[in-house]
Ligand binder design. Structure first.
Ligand SMILES: Nc1ncnc2c1ncn2[C@@H]1O[C@H](COP(=O)(O)OP(=O)(O)OP(=O)(O)O)[C@@H](O)[C@H]1O
Length: 660
């Protein structure tokens, strides 16, 4: 496709449109700044209005380095909009409300991403713009009414190959048609995306969040949108994308932050068992086993009178409540109903007690004592503590759902002294969350984006599912990159445990990050780790991007990479991180890292979801040997490179890689 830098007139007129749009944006901002919150009636409304105005002013800031628009459509359409529209990150209009730039999320912008010679969608020319810094330097024309396909866009390839420094960039200018389908799917639809490394799953998830917030602003501002990623380093890497799209009110979190940071670790087989949804019934029985059959009634004394509620009456209330409410509301309801019966007795004696008396009875020590003995106040930690430390209690709760060996596996080898001093693992955190929800309903958000979902256990998925129970989700992942002991093998299973069984599973198949030569090399591992998945495809051939060096020198590889532009990740077996960092005098990526460095030593276990222009992998055999799903880990490691991958090894390569 021609990048038409040789048409100076056109380029100059497009640059003039950019200048006009920038000026108009400046005017919109000045107007917003001139608005006053004084018009609001009271102090509270004034504060709310001021905060809205501040947000509006911030949203109208012009970032000189980011293109205000990146595309143009010349349309045949007969609607209220100009025939020529410019597509950009946000709406900009002139002083007469004429749109100069239209938000990429507006319905009319859809054609920019979706129109094709086969289906021009009323567009006869699509123009893409190339930028250098904030300067418009090139454009690329695609006539859509001639029926001829003009081939891949050079602006797209250049965008992908632009050297990386710092965090992930947005892809709003170059979203591809199949990605756009996912980005623009309805709020009510849960979408699950399987995609090979670098197919843009993370990018698509973030852009979908931005699209939904634009399209359903009010509803989602109330209900909330949350992005869930594997660790803080990953969140830091993606943290700039949504703000660059003008969306600052999205929470980004990890499962550990959401459910509680683990204070202990455990054997993979124990973690896998605790992660299984078979634990659900066990937990439910464990909780409800705390309710004791009432053997005594209540005697409430007021002055010289005693009002009695018989034991069988308490039994009846408990029986009617058990299993029909969550644990805590059930406990409250038991208190209220006992108090009610006391009040009935008072009325039978001719009194007319009011609400205050009702409250007093409900809070009396007599009623509290019976409720506590029958339906005790509990914390999730107390229940799980009992389950993991008391073999008899576990056997009672487990029934035939867990074998004797499995029960043995669950019990702590060295029990803690109490629920408060117990140290919980990542798997325990999900069990505690399940118990918490059995006791008290977990509030739901409007939309959840879950990245690297293949690594979540069934119990973690249930925990996330609760948080989008009345909303929807975007679930992203790659079954071949599953590295946890509980990694799932099908997306249908993921959706089921998430409580979104009707969600749509879709696939992204074209890789943008990894050059073909490197991707083909990594794909030699696929038959061993995910035989049912098709080999991934790559947009760019990347001839010469792969170098495998037996006995190769690390210092030499790093020096070569430093001679080129872009970021460098030296990915090493976790056990060798310190040694190699010292050798290179380079910083190490930690789970909580948020800083940018051009050269980083990266532990293999932390590199999921990240990418570097140049990747140097040290000793693949050790990376594989370090964990049960070591081959899948190696697949993740080998698919992080945008421009070049160098593999250094002294030990023989894993046989799947060697046999090429
Ligand atoms: N349409 C696109 N235009 C430009 N760049 C793109 C596009 N789609 C994806 N990319 C780029 O490709 C790279 C990989 O994207 P992303 O991290 O979203 O992939 P992923 O599928 O989540 O990968 P992984 O499975 O390895 O986590 C990123 O640099 C992203 O910006």
């Amino acid at each position: 496709m021609p990048v038409d830098q040789l048409a100076p007139d056109i380029l100059a007129s497009e640059q003039a449109h950019l200048a006009e749009s920038r000026k108009a944006l400046q005017a919109m901002r000045e107007h917003a700044q001139s608005l006053s919150s004084d018009a609001a009636g009271d102090w509270v409304s004034q504060q709310i209005l001021q905060s809205l105005l501040d947000q509006r002013v911030a949203a109208l800031a012009d970032h000189p380095d980011t293109p205000l628009f990146f595309g143009r459509l010349d349309r045949n359409a007969d609607d209220d909009l100009p025939r020529t529209i410019y597509v950009g990150r946000r709406h900009v209009h002139d002083g007469h409300s004429k749109p100069l730039v239209i938000d990429w999320r507006a319905p009319v912008s859809r054609a920019f991403y979706q129109a094709s010679p086969g289906d021009p969608m009323g567009v006869h020319l699509r123009r893409r713009f190339g930028y250098h810094g904030g300067k418009l330097t090139a454009f690329e024309d695609e006539p859509l009414d001639t029926g001829a396909d003009v081939g891949p866009s050079r602006i797209l390839t250049e965008e992908i190959e632009r050297p990386r420094t710092g965090p992930m960039r947005d892809i709003v200018a170059t979203i591809q048609p199949d990605q756009d389908e996912i980005v623009r799917s309805d709020l009510g639809t849960t979408v699950c995306v399987q995609g090979a490394p670098g197919t843009g799953k993370t990018a698509v998830g973030l852009h979908r969040a931005a699209y939904l917030l634009f399209t359903h602003r009010e509803k989602l501002a109330r209900a909330g949108v949350m992005i869930v990623g594997p660790n803080k380093a990953f969140l830091s890497y993606i943290s700039s994308v949504l703000p660059a799209l003008g969306e600052v009110k999205v929470d980004q979190t990890t499962v550990a932050d959401m459910l509680g940071t683990p204070g202990a670790t455990e054997e993979p087989e124990v973690a896998a068992l605790k992660g299984s949804a078979r634990m659900v019934d066990v937990l439910e029985r464990a909780l409800w086993a705390h309710i004791v059959k009432p053997t005594e009634g209540v005697v409430y004394t007021q002055g010289v009178y005693r009002f009695r509620v018989a034991d069988h009456e308490v039994r009846e209330i408990v029986a009617s409540l058990r299993g029909t409410t969550r644990y805590n509301p059930g406990r409250d309801a038991l208190t209220q109903r006992i108090a009610h019966l006391v009040l009935v007795r008072m009325e039978q004696r001719g009194e007319s007690p009011d609400d205050r008396v009702h409250d007093k009875v409900a809070r009396s020590k007599e009623v509290k004592a019976v409720v506590e003995s029958v339906w005790p106040k509990l914390t999730p930690q107390q229940v799980l503590f009992k389950l993991l430390s008391d073999p008899e209690f576990l056997a009672k709760a487990a029934r035939s759902d867990l074998t004797a060996e499995e029960q043995q596996l669950l019990l702590w080898r060295k029990p803690y002294r109490g629920a408060k001093s117990a140290k919980w693992t990542a798997a325990d955190a999900a069990l505690l969350d399940e118990l918490n929800d059995l006791m008290e309903r977990t509030p739901s958000l409007g939309h959840l984006v879950v990245d690297e979902a293949q690594d979540l256990s069934e119990m973690q998925l249930r925990a996330l599912g609760r948080r989008c129970r009345t909303g929807s989700a975007t679930v992203l992942g790659d079954l071949a990159q599953g590295t946890t002991p509980w990694s799932v093998s099908s997306w249908e299973t993921v959706l089921k445990h998430l409580g979104q069984a009707s969600g749509e599973v879709t696939e992204l198949t074209l890789g943008f990050r990894v050059p073909r030569e490197v991707l083909d090399y990594a794909a030699r591992l696929l038959p061993s780790i995910a035989p049912h998945l098709a080999a991934p495809r790559s947009l760019r051939p990347g001839a010469g991007s792969l170098s495998v060096r037996p006995g190769g020198s690390l210092t030499e590889a790093v020096t070569q990479a430093l001679d080129k532009e872009g970021s460098i990740g030296v990915i090493v077996p976790d056990a060798r991180v310190d040694e190699i960092a010292q050798e290179l005098g380079a910083p190490v990526l930690g789970p909580d890292s948020t800083e940018d460095h051009r050269l980083l030593v990266v532990p293999a276990s932390l590199v999921k979801g990240l990418e570097y222009d140049h990747v140097i992998v040290v000793e693949p055999a050790d990376i594989v040997a370090a964990e049960t799903r070591g081959l899948a880990r190696l697949y993740v490691v080998l698919t992080r490179a945008v421009t070049s991958l160098t593999v250094l090894h002294d030990r023989p390569l894993p046989e799947q890689l060697a046999a090429g």
